[in-house]
Design a protein around this ligand. Structure first.
Ligand code: BES
Ligand code: MN
Ligand code: ZN
Length: 503
């Protein structure tokens, strides 16, 4: 059960908590003034006495109200300087508001989302819709496996703005994106004994087909027939054979040009294989399918908001296990591209999975451009931590589009270098390629990208997002609760909307 966030014209009868906006220096919004007048200046008086709450963005203050207010309590939400408030700031405040409402024990709340005449960076309806989005994103819970899970006390939040029509239309679109983010988080949080490749593929069919997404599953026999020796090698040690899933959203039937493509690494659990990882923290490796989850989330949000773009999403699903049948360091395998790869380390498996996906998507769809997402290297996490996703791009125009979408959504990307030297570093003395750079750990994220570059044909614009640090967190952010983040859905949804939709 997710939180019901909706745009209302008047508060529900059962509303127990009213949220009013306060700007910097304790300036009351219009609705705050109206409520204040009704209760004889109680809000102003409380603010005067309070020396901590000043109306900075994201600050909250809970007040118990006198009976004539019509609400049990009010939450004052600070929004800071109106001239500096943008959509992202409003979203963050919405996330913080969710926490305040929960802590105040609210059941049904209403937010009076007034504008301000000095708003400069965003319109009134944008402030309202993004505040609602922030609330929704922060309300995410994963409690499937809690046998005694407590129901959340906060059931509904109604948003009231005088720009009801515009605000609710905008929120409807943002809500579709939040559903995409939620499915991505769910998939990442799902434990690896449940979410193995076969179950994952079935889930995609049952979740996406009803939304009008075409879903095709390649099983191991089909993959063998096609010659996908790289992803098959990764899955060899597991009793759960690999799958490749192709998802198509055809939002513009009259457009006969090639689709845009997104590829995701879906290693449902990464033990490292024969090159076994250390035990401590290994449980986190259930998130090694975070790239695929982002692609799935993107497809879901595109479908829900009926995007007018033609998009193909491909995920490579495999479990990397050590066993008598597992692939070994020293093995030479043949990828779908025909290129042979010497395995130096079975823990560098993601690039093998991606290699066959990249070849398949190019051979089958000749896409306009390709973006892959993968929790590919610990080195990426060492470089940029949890805040930025390192992004490699072979095309400046493509990077510029990604950078814009990133700035607009707050999913931060940082451009990383591709270089001939690293591409060369991945060539093997005995096979065409090897899966580990000669420099070992140095520039590990860059050599991984250099490996992938060998599988990009011709001049196809391509970007690789290494989300090792951003797919999973151990602490909350205002709009992102800890664990699976759903990172990538929002930035890519904006990227598609801004560049590939029929106007
Ligand atoms: N899935 C890991 C990368 C990873 C590490 C993601 C930590 C998220 C958090 C990947 O398959 C891996 O094991 N990479 C190796 C590559 C090395 C063997 C070249 C790594 O980063 O150590
Ligand atoms: Mn690995
Ligand atoms: Zn991995």
């Amino acid at each position: 059960m997710t939180l019901n966030v909706s745009f209302l014209k008047t508060p529900r009868k059962s509303t127990d908590t009213a949220v009013v906006l306060i700007y910097e220096k304790k300036e009351l919004s219009a609705s705050a003034k109206t409520l204040d007048t009704k209760i004889g200046g109680f809000i102003k008086q409380s603010l005067k006495n309070h020396n901590k709450f000043t109306g900075k963005r994201g600050e909250t203050l809970v007040l118990s109200l006198p009976a004539k207010a019509g609400y049990n309590q009010a939450v004052l939400l600070g929004l800071g300087a109106p001239g500096k408030l943008n959509a992202l700031g409003s979203e963050e405040a919405g996330g913080r508001l969710f926490l305040a409402l929960t802590q105040a024990g609210a059941s049904n709340a209403v937010v009076f989302a007034d504008g301000h005449k000095r708003l400069k960076l965003a319109k009134e309806e944008e402030i309202a819709a993004h505040l609602a989005l922030g609330l929704k994103l922060r309300s995410y819970r994963f409690d499937t496996y809690k046998s005694k899970s407590k129901k959340p006390s906060l059931k509904s939040v109604g948003i009231i703005t005088k720009l009801h029509a515009k605000g609710s239309a905008l929120y409807k679109r943002l809500d579709s994106i939040s559903e995409g983010v939620f499915i991505a988080r769910d998939l990442v949080n799902e434990p690896p004994n449940t979410l193995h490749p076969e179950y994952y593929a079935k889930t995609l069919q049952s979740e996406l087909k009803p939304l009008g997404v075409e879903v095709e599953v390649l099983d191991e026999k089909k993959m063998q027939k096609l010659g996908m020796g790289a992803i098959l090698a990764v899955g060899m040690g597991s009793d759960r054979p690999p799958r490749m899933v192709i998802m198509r959203w055809k939002g513009n039937k009259s457009d006969k040009t090639p689709p845009v493509a997104f590829v995701g690494k879906g290693v449902t659990f990464d033990t490292g294989g024969i090159s076994l990882k250390p035990g401590a923290g290994m449980e986190d490796m259930k998130m090694d399918m975070g790239g695929s989850a982002a692609v799935v989330g993107l497809m879901k949000s595109l479908a829900l908001r009926k995007s007018k773009a033609n998009v193909v999403g491909i995920v490579g699903l495999a479990e990397n296990m050590p066993s008598a049948r597992a692939y070994r360091p020293g093995d030479i395998i043949k990828s779908l591209s025909g290129k042979t790869i010497e395995v130096i380390n079975t823990d560098a498996e993601g690039r093998l999975v991606l290699a066959d996906c990249l070849t398949y998507v190019q051979q089958t769809y000749k896409p306009k451009m390709i973006i892959d997402l993968a929790t590919l290297t610990g080195a990426m996490m060492v470089a940029l931590g949890h805040e930025y996703c390192g992004t490699f791009a072979n095309d400046d125009k493509l990077w510029a589009k990604l950078e814009k979408a990133s700035n607009d959504t707050g999913e931060k990307l940082w451009r990383m270098p591709l270089d001939e030297a690293w591409k060369k570093d991945m060539e093997s003395p005995t096979a065409d390629l090897q899966n580990l750079g000669r420099g070992g750990r140095y520039a590990g994220a860059c050599t991984a990208a250099g490996f992938l570059e060998h599988f990009i044909e011709g001049k196809t614009p391509w970007a690789h997002m290494d989300i090792a640090g951003t797919a999973w967190r151990k602490s909350d952010k205002p709009t992102v609760p800890k664990f699976g983040t759903g990172f990538g859905v929002r930035v890519l949804d904006a990227f598609v909307a801004q560049n590939y939709e029929k106007k």
